[in-house]
Design a protein around this ligand. Structure first.
Ligand code: SAJ
Length: 444
């Protein structure tokens, strides 16, 4: 038999062996990173009967997962308890556990550094640890959102430093997470999933794996394509949110109600999609991911101006809110210095307990620096470690004592009618008071 045929035969054997294990669900899965992407992913895979080991360097997370104690909002407590009780889930901080699995899924953060440049140190360090434990026949899939080229240009060489070859000895793919925190309709299971491999065999292996727990899998021609698809999705949101914010800035000057304009525009039954202004853009995705693409594009001497402009507009919204607060107090002859201000909501978006990158924190900083007396109430966030402050109980007295109430997150459980009745002035940056008539309300 020719050398070529021997290689192909081995290749096919390695791939077919993995595909068979996937199809008969005897594979074991390792999920690295047990955060808002990794833990829901782990649960979905265990729910279809796969044995999954959760791996995280955070011992507290490992301890909680090992005993089935949930800490992620989008995971149902009972589901995690149930799969742990069934013996389908274990957890460890020891990366050598990777030697026992067939599929390795990377769900670690991909943040920006202080200069808005990609910070891949989590991905890189995890890739080196995987390379130390990599075995023939394993599939490695990156879920973390990143710039096109990361899987092939960064991860693949690190993994191949093990001496194993991607596409023949092991398989490598990118399948971007599409988690929408707080979304009650779309979960990991019923959100269609993009999958791209570094080669045809890797795509075949990854597609087969993802189909076990996700209804619709969308294969694309490469890992790079899959990476760009996800970044485009988030850029689409960032740019459209920025457009809504820019219209709000113009309406402020034109003394027009931006919410009335947008509500009317969204009555159009086609060719438009609702986006709204706000105090800024928070979360771990929209303010961050598009800048991964902006950075990569420069390598091709290309300026992603929409991304830069959208980021600039969205980042200046907290200052715009601060400016509105200053003007509102000035109109009632109250200096900002010493004014008692109650901020309603610090989560980055409604009905979540997550306040990472929240624009409300920027507004709080600006008010503190201006020596206002600021407190906050957020029914979902009892304590802010960044400022070592606790959420104030929302009472009529607290509302009456405030010179201004600023609504920065529109949690649905807050009684905005009561807020408007008791407060003397309300700046509403989220149109949470929609339908309430009062001259106390100032809209963004
Ligand atoms: N925001 C606005 N106006 C809008 C929409 C959002 O100001 O019209 C603000 C929100 O208040 C929040 C920020 O933008 O502070 C981001 O909100 P988001 O819902 O766009 O982003 P995430 O990070 O909660 O979740 C998103 C997913 N959201 C949706 O698709 C609705 C999706 O883009 C990704 O699947 C996910 O990030 C991710 O993981 O990339």
């Amino acid at each position: 038999m020719l050398q070529e045929e021997i290689i192909n035969k081995t290749l096919n054997t390695t791939l077919t062996t993995l595909l068979e294990k996937i199809q008969n669900k005897t594979i074991k899965v390792g999920v690295i990173g047990l955060g808002y992407v990794g833990l829901p992913f782990l649960v979905e895979k265990a729910k279809v009967g796969l044995h999954v080991v959760g791996i995280d360097r955070n011992e507290e997370r490992v301890r909680k997962v090992a005993i089935g104690e949930n800490y992620i909002e989008d995971v149902h407590d009972n589901e995690l308890k149930d799969i742990v009780a069934k013996g389908l889930v274990t957890a460890t901080s020891d990366m050598s556990a990777l030697r026992e699995v067939d599929v390795i899924v990377i769900c670690v953060p991909t943040p920006l550094d202080k200069n808005l440049c990609p910070d891949l140190h989590y991905v890189i360090s995890v890739s080196h640890l995987i390379a130390e434990n990599l075995k023939v026949g394993q599939l490695v899939s990156l879920e973390s959102t990143t710039y096109p080229g990361t899987t092939e240009e960064i991860i693949q060489p690190i993994l191949e430093s093990s001496g194993l070859k991607a596409g023949s000895d092991f398989f490598l793919a990118h399948s971007p997470e599409r988690v929408d925190p707080g979304n009650k309709r779309y979960s990991t299971h019923n959100t269609n999933k993009i999958v791209g491999g570094v080669d045809a065999s890797s795509l075949k292996a990854a597609e087969s794996f993802y189909r076990l727990a996700i209804k619709d899998v969308v294969p694309v021609s490469s890992a790079k394509v899959a990476e760009l698809v996800k970044i485009y999705e988030n850029t689409f949101r960032s740019v459209n949110i920025a457009l809504a914010n820019e219209i709000a800035l113009l309406c402020d000057r034109m003394k027009l109600n931006v919410w009335e304009i947008l509500d009317a525009a969204f009555t159009k039954p086609f060719g438009i999609m609702p986006f709204f202004p706000g105090p800024g853009v928070g979360g771990h995705c929209i303010p961050i991911d598009p800048h991964y693409l902006e950075w990569k594009a420069k390598e091709y001497h290309f300026d992603m101006r929409f991304i830069a402009l959208a980021g600039e507009i969205n980042r200046k919204m907290p200052n715009f809110v601060f400016d509105k607060i200053t003007r509102a107090l000035n109109n009632v002859k109250k200096p900002l210095n010493g004014a008692s201000i109650l901020m309603l909501g610090v989560a980055y978006k409604s009905n979540l307990t997550d306040h990472r990158e929240s624009p409300a924190l920027d507004v709080y900083r600006l008010l503190k620096n201006a020596k206002a007396e600021v407190q906050y109430h957020d029914p979902k966030i009892p304590y802010l470690e960044e400022f070592d402050i606790h959420s104030t109980k929302l009472t009529d007295d607290v509302l009456r004592a405030s010179d201004l109430v600023v609504i920065t997150t529109n949690h649905t459980e807050v009684d905005y009618q009561q807020v408007v009745s008791m407060a003397s002035l309300v700046l509403d940056t989220r149109n949470a008071t929609r339908g309430i008539e009062s001259d106390k309300i100032i809209l963004l």
